[in-house]
Design a protein around this ligand. Sequence first.
Ligand code: HEC
Length: 184
Amino acid sequence: MNMYEFNKFLGAILGSALLLMVVNIIGDALVHPTIPAKAAIAIGDGAEEDAKEEAKAEDAKEDTGPGLAALLAAGDAGKGAKAAKKCKACHSFDKGGKHKVGPVLYGVVGRGMGGGTNFKYSSALMDKGGAWSYADLDAFLANPKGFIPGTKMAFKGIKKQTDRANLIAFMRQQHDSPPALPAE
Ligand code: HEC
C-alpha cells in the first residue's frame, strides 16, 4: 500500500466514524427518551392488589416459621461442631486457645463485642458496642458484613438458619457459663 492509498484508507475510516457520530447526535436530538413517572397504562389495579396479597402472604410465612428461640432450643451442637470447621481456619474455640486471624471464640456468647483480650479488632466491630446476644450472633453469622459493615472478618456468612442455630448451640458449649437461651 503506498502513502496515497493509505491516506484514502484512513480517510474512509475517519469518514465513517464521523458519520456515525453525526447520526448518533441527530438521533439523540430527535428522540428524547423521557421516562414517565407513572406507567402510561395501568396494568389493572388487580395486579397491584395481587402483589400486596403476595407480600402479606410472605410476611405471614415468616411469622409462622420457627423463630430463633425454637431453632436454638433444637440446636444440635454435634452438627454445630462440624460446621465450626469452617471457622477454625481463623478461630480457636478452645479455652486458653490462641488468637489466629480471628479472636479466640471460647466464651464469646454474651461477651462484649470485641471483648477478646489482646486481639486487635476493627474499629467497625469496636464501635458496634454491646454484648453478643444470641440474636446478634445469628445476624452476624448470617451476613458478617451486613451486620457490621467494615468488619475484618472475611467470611461470607451461613445462609441456613438451622445451620447457624447448630453452630450457636456448639458455641454455647464452648463456654464456662453461657447465658440462658432466649425464651421466645
Ligand atoms: C477468614 C477468617 C475468618 C473466618 C473463616 C471466620 N472468622 Fe470470625 N472473625 C474473623 C476476624 C478477623 C474477626 C475480627 C473482626 C473484626 O475485628 O472486625 C472475627 C470475629 C468474629 C466474632 C466476634 C468476636 C468478638 O470477640 O467480638 C465472632 C462471634 C466470629 N468471628 C465468629 C465466627 C464463626 C462462628 C465463624 C465460622 C462460621 C467465623 N467467625 C469464621 C475472621 C474469621
